[in-house]
Design a protein around this ligand. Structure first.
Ligand code: SAM
Length: 281
């Protein structure tokens, strides 16, 4: 079953949270010159035109990327948000209007250096077709297939460093345990790799299974970042967005906390950000 299409949700508060963490991680990793293999296990389309009927139907970007975009003059003094918004602006045809929202393949591809590698996995044939239409550098490879199995097959990588983004749609409840099993296996093969995992905060609380499995599996240095719109159960559906970073770069928590203190109020009065170590050393 593959019914999920990210275009319905593109640019929502969870995308902003995920891509801000990704942008900040890339800043840190790219300070060193040694090459990196990036793997995006659930790539999606790559770029999302905001006037697409799917995206207009729910209009979630109006409560995510758009308020940030509209506040960009006021946010110019916040370094992470300013550089993130500059990157978003570079994708627009006309720098004054937000017309397209960048997905994870774009965030990764635009920072790719000649010695780096990028592997983009997408299982949905239609979404993979969209991704195939995006202009990408020659060291970016699009793979039509299962990203979790593909990641394990690709390890060990030929570059000295590895950075993985795992961003499933969690359409099936089994995906929580599949992600945990894959991440544990991947980190056994690439102990110093950096891994980012996105998860939804839903009233059913299934993300706890993912977190517990990682702890029980013996994974260390897991940093957790969560953005909540309101208390669980207050409204139906997703009430927050979570990101795990395994082996987070030093200083990531301070940068994110400063950025989120300014961004969260733009997503709603009750929006709260918190970050902590899920598992430390
Ligand atoms: N990472 C994207 C971004 O930030 O722009 C969004 C990805 S979206 C949440 C999840 C995507 O994973 C969907 O496009 C879906 O078709 C795809 N997908 C689902 N199961 C998959 C699998 N096992 N392997 C690869 N892609 C998968």
């Amino acid at each position: 079953m593959l019914s999920y299409q990210h275009a319905y949700h593109a640019g929502n508060f969870a995308d902003v949270h995920k891509h801000l963490v990704l942008h900040a991680v890339l800043d840190h990793l790219l300070r060193k010159s040694s090459p990196i293999t990036f793997a995006d296990t659930h790539a999606g389309r790559g770029v999302y035109p905001l006037d697409a009927p799917e995206t207009q139907r729910l209009g979630e970007y109006r409560h995510g990327a758009l308020p940030l975009w509209q506040a960009r003059d006021r946010l110019a003094d916040e370094p992470l948000l300013a550089s993130w918004l500059d990157a978003v602006a570079s994708l627009q045809h006309d720098g004054s209007r937000l017309e397209r929202y960048p997905g994870s393949p774009w965030w990764l591809a635009q920072r790719l250096r000649s010695g780096d590698r990028l592997r983009l996995y997408e299982l949905h044939p239609g979404e993979h077709d969209h991704l195939s239409q995006q202009a990408l550098p020659p060291n970016a490879q699009r793979i039509h297939g299962d990203g979790l199995a593909g990641l394990i097959q690709a390890l060990p990588v030929s570059t000295p460093r590895l950075c993985v983004l795992i961003d499933p749609s969690f359409e099936r409840k089994e995906e929580y345990s599949e992600v945990a099993v894959t991440l544990l296996a991947a980190m056994r093969k690439a102990r110093h790799g950096v891994a980012l995992v996105w998860y939804p905060l839903l009233p059913a609380g299934r993300h706890h299974e993912l977190l517990e499995r990682l702890r029980e599996g013996g994974l260390r240095k897991i940093w957790r970042s969560e953005l909540t719109l309101h208390a669980p159960g207050e409204e139906r559906g997703m009430y927050g967005s979570g990101m795990l970073v395994v082996n987070p770069p030093w200083g990531l928590d301070e940068r994110l906390a400063a950025a989120m203190a300014r961004a969260a109020p733009l997503f709603g009065e009750a929006c709260r950000y918190r970050a902590d170590w899920w598992v430390e050393e």
